[in-house]
Design a protein around this ligand. Structure first.
Ligand SMILES: *Cc1c(COP(=O)(O)O)cnc(C)c1O
Length: 373
């Protein structure tokens, strides 16, 4: 069977969202393309064309893939284990975020071995106790970083933090985290460092404004049309997931559907089998809640989702095998949105878009010629 499910990436929407963030950040936009660009694939050239000035990812591997694809813009990698290949990052001119003395020394050693200075962003924990150096370790981290600068192995080019509650602009924690970040930057300068970029805000902090005034904005979700703060209507969703009917059948009232037989048809109806399931990233928690769009109408998915299949109740409509079904999309034609899927599964949109599995083919749709490398 050919690939019957497709994830269409709307590059136009990503470019429009990028241009929007470039404008609201005063062209201080780091496009966050971690996790395969939140599941959207090869879109680095699109976001750079549309106004992003640098790129952020988690691992050095992700950064090197972008370099190998020809990306020349600055790239920051902010999450690496102590034994990561920092030497390769330094040679590829990938900036490295550092949140501990152990990481700082590992980066410094790797840089000395390859004979090139590492470009480092020191990362301070402003409140969520996840990544970043605890504030009581910050002054020492800055001090040792300055010593490594004097020895020639690193240069501190940035200071970063990440906010915990920016999707709730009234939360008192926001003001606290802004103060902690401002103090951390001041401490870094007092210790003799001269970071040329600082960055605190991600999508929510940018849209609500609680992270403004701190230099570069690291934007991920927003580029893909996701607004964690629920405060804007300027963004366009950038994915459509479609599939095709495999087979159909008519069932009598009282017929049960799927594992556990927990859906029972209350009337004579038609079912269509779709070749996509939780193994392709659709959350099983949305079983017996979600809809799909069939022939321009919303129709309910019935029974528990299987790994590879789901069943849709098409009512009186007899669908032909091969007919197209929209699982989600921007919503302009009545199809469910990623936001609705997130609601059906009690999760956030980020989880829906990053989980679409590798059996689903990817298609990039754009009005301008695309760089496929
Ligand atoms: C994922 C991530 C971002 C991007 O966050 P969005 O809310 O998706 O814009 C920014 N900074 C860090 C440290 C991240 O891990």
């Amino acid at each position: 069977m050919p690939s019957t499910s497709e994830l269409v990436v709307h590059d136009d929407a990503i470019r429009a969202n990028t241009a929007y963030f470039a404008s609201v950040t005063g062209n201080q936009l780091m496009a966050v393309l971690k996790a395969d660009a939140f599941g959207h694939g090869a879109i680095a050239q699109s976001v750079l064309d549309a106004g992003a000035t640098s790129i952020g990812v988690t691992s050095i591997d992700e950064a090197l893939k972008l370099r190998n694809a020809g990306v020349r813009a600055p790239i920051l990698s902010w999450l690496n284990a102590i034994d990561a290949d920092f030497g390769a990052a330094v040679q590829a001119e990938v900036d490295i975020a550092v949140s501990s003395l152990a990481l700082l020394h590992a980066v410094g050693r790797a840089a000395s071995l390859v004979g090139q200075r590492a470009r480092v962003h020191l990362h301070v924990d402003v409140g969520m106790a996840r990544d970043g150096a605890p504030t009581d370790a910050w002054a020492t981290l800055c001090h040792i970083a300055r010593e490594l600068e004097a020895l020639g192995s690193v240069r501190v080019v940035g200071v970063m933090g990440h906010m915990s509650c920016a999707d709730r602009p009234d939360h008192p924690q926001n003001q606290r985290e802004r103060l902690i970040f401002a103090n951390a930057v001041r401490t870094a300068r007092r210790r003799g460092l001269a970071p040329s970029v600082t960055h605190l805000a991600a999508t929510a902090a940018t849209l609500t404004g609680v992270g403004s005034g701190f230099g570069v904005h690291r934007i991920g979700a927003g580029l893909f049309g996701i607004d964690p703060s629920g405060t804007t209507d300027h963004l366009r969703p950038a994915l459509s997931l479609t599939t095709h009917v495999v087979t159909t059948r008519e069932i009598a009232a009282g017929t049960s559907v799927g594992y556990g037989l927990d859906h029972v048809a209350d009337r004579r109806t038609n079912l269509a089998l779709l070749p996509i399931g939780y193994g392709d990233g659709l959350p099983r928690a949305a079983s017996n809640r979600a809809d799909v769009l069939v022939r321009g109408r919303r129709r309910p998915l019935v029974g528990r989702f299987s790994m590879d299949m789901m069943v849709v109740d098409t009512g009186d409509d007899r669908i032909a095998p091969g007919e197209s079904v929209t699982v989600f999309g921007p919503g302009a034609h009545g199809e469910p949105t990623v936001a609705e899927w997130a609601g059906w599964a009690d999760t956030i949109e980020h989880e829906i878009v990053t989980r679409v599995g590798m059996r689903v083919g990817r298609i990039h749709r754009t009005k301008t010629p695309e760089n496929h490398r």
